[in-house]
Design a binder for this molecule. Structure first.
Ligand SMILES: [Zn+2]
Length: 83
């Protein structure tokens, strides 16, 4: 499995997290449910509502896509944005 680093940020808390995502064909990346939970705790915190489950807030380099598999298993697919 090819893994590459994904960086997500939160512009409210001024935090960032680097995760080793699974590289998918076409440049998309996949994060596991555990990685999504970790991102949420590192970027934000458990009782703050500034962001969603990933903790990401403000501009990201990725579009967040929840595939059927992600909805079933709790992961997240990231599709690269051109700018
Ligand atoms: Zn927060």
């Amino acid at each position: 499995m090819d893994r590459r680093t994904v960086v997500l940020t939160n512009d409210f808390h001024q935090t960032s997290v680097a995760l080793r995502g699974e590289a998918l064909p076409g440049g998309e990346m996949h994060l596991s449910a555990r990685q999504v939970k970790r991102a949420g705790l590192e970027l934000c915190c458990s009782d703050c509502r500034c962001s969603g489950e990933t903790g990401a807030r403000g501009h990201q380099h990725w579009a967040f896509i929840y595939t059927q598999s992600d909805r079933d298993n709790g992961g997240l697919t990231l599709s690269p944005l051109l700018k």
